[in-house]
Design a protein around this ligand. Structure first.
Ligand SMILES: C[S@@+](CC[C@H](N)C(=O)[O-])C[C@H]1O[C@@H](n2cnc3c(N)ncnc32)[C@H](O)[C@@H]1O
Length: 282
């Protein structure tokens, strides 16, 4: 296993995932009661886009580098701005200097939670773990666990707050990742039926998300939202061109927000006008 998110930080899939993550966190923070974020595959939390890995591959140039809220209609702009603000503003300078650091899911959670909310981050790769410890620093709201994400999911659900979000964002290096998700997410849902679960998946074929949705339905999850964003035609053997988020118990505003925001992101991120998005309630 040698996945390093540094190479992919800020790419189109990160923009999609993190824009949705920000909307869910903002929704949770509307109510006064505290909530918890459990991030099972957290990564290092913050990425230097000028570092060797990110700069060399440069995936962020076709991701956050293309996002320009000022070119969106006012509602889409308002929906994306809290996320874009965390990346340093709209778009990046060609040299990448203006916004050198891209926030991963932990940095976004740290920024959009309140003093009384809590976060729990699992990570196993040593360099990512060291980065994550640096990102969370002395913030007492955050706990970093050097622990397998699926073990963490089983151990930390339900949280004492009984409100919150579980983000599951594995590297998809293992051949059985879809099997693990189809077992682990319904099992967690059975332990904590009120929690919001957001599961990110690469979309090379539809079977992966289909299987998870079917397993969730069998477990009795009625409120499921499936979001997709593609930047090009699907290509089984080529580079990733599409990804999906399966969300259990989505905030009631999310489908409507995404019906507005995702087409705007697809227009900016799509390659040669081939960007498409989908919002479905399976
Ligand atoms: C796609 S990245 C996560 C990105 C992060 N969630 C974000 O949005 O910024 C997947 C991460 O999972 C980590 N990882 C790999 N195997 C793991 C495991 N068994 N448990 C927890 N994390 C793992 C990888 O080191 C990598 O940092």
């Amino acid at each position: 296993m040698n996945y390093r998110h540094d190479f992919h930080a800020g790419n189109f899939a990160d923009v999609f995932k993190h824009a949705v993550l920000a909307r869910i966190l903002l929704y949770l923070a509307r109510k006064p009661a505290p909530f918890r974020v459990v991030d099972t595959h957290a990564g290092s939390g913050r990425y230097d886009l000028a570092s060797g890995a990110a700069e060399r591959i440069g995936e962020w140039r076709d991701g956050i580098g293309r996002v320009d809220p000022s070119a969106m209609d006012p509602r889409a702009r308002a929906l994306v701005e809290p996320y874009v603000a965390l990346t340093g503003g709209a778009g990046l300078t060609p040299s990448g200097e203006a916004r050198r650091y891209y926030p991963g899911s932990p940095a976004i959670a740290l920024a959009l939670t309140r003093p009384f909310d809590r976060m729990l981050f699992c990570e196993t790769e040593p360099a990512a773990l060291a980065g994550l410890r640096e990102t969370t620093g002395r913030d007492r709201r955050a706990k970093v666990m050097a622990l397998d994400g699926y073990t963490g999911l089983n151990a930390f659900v339900p949280p004492v707050e009984r409100r919150g979000l579980v983000l599951v964002d594995p590297p998809f290096e293992a051949a059985d990742e879809f099997d693990r998700l189809a077992a682990a997410i319904p099992a967690a849902f059975n332990k904590w039926r009120e929690g919001i679960y957001a599961v990110w998946m690469p979309l090379k074929e539809r079977r992966g998300p289909d299987r998870l949705v079917a397993a969730l339905k069998r477990a009795g999850a009625d409120e499921v939202l499936r979001l997709e964003l593609a930047v090009d035609h699907a290509n089984l053997d080529g580079p990733l061109a599409a990804s999906a988020l399966v969300i259990v118990n989505p905030p009631f505003v999310l489908a409507d927000e995404m019906a507005c925001l995702l087409p705007a992101l697809a227009r900016q991120l799509g390659s040669h006008g081939r960007g498409v998005s989908r919002v479905a309630r399976p």
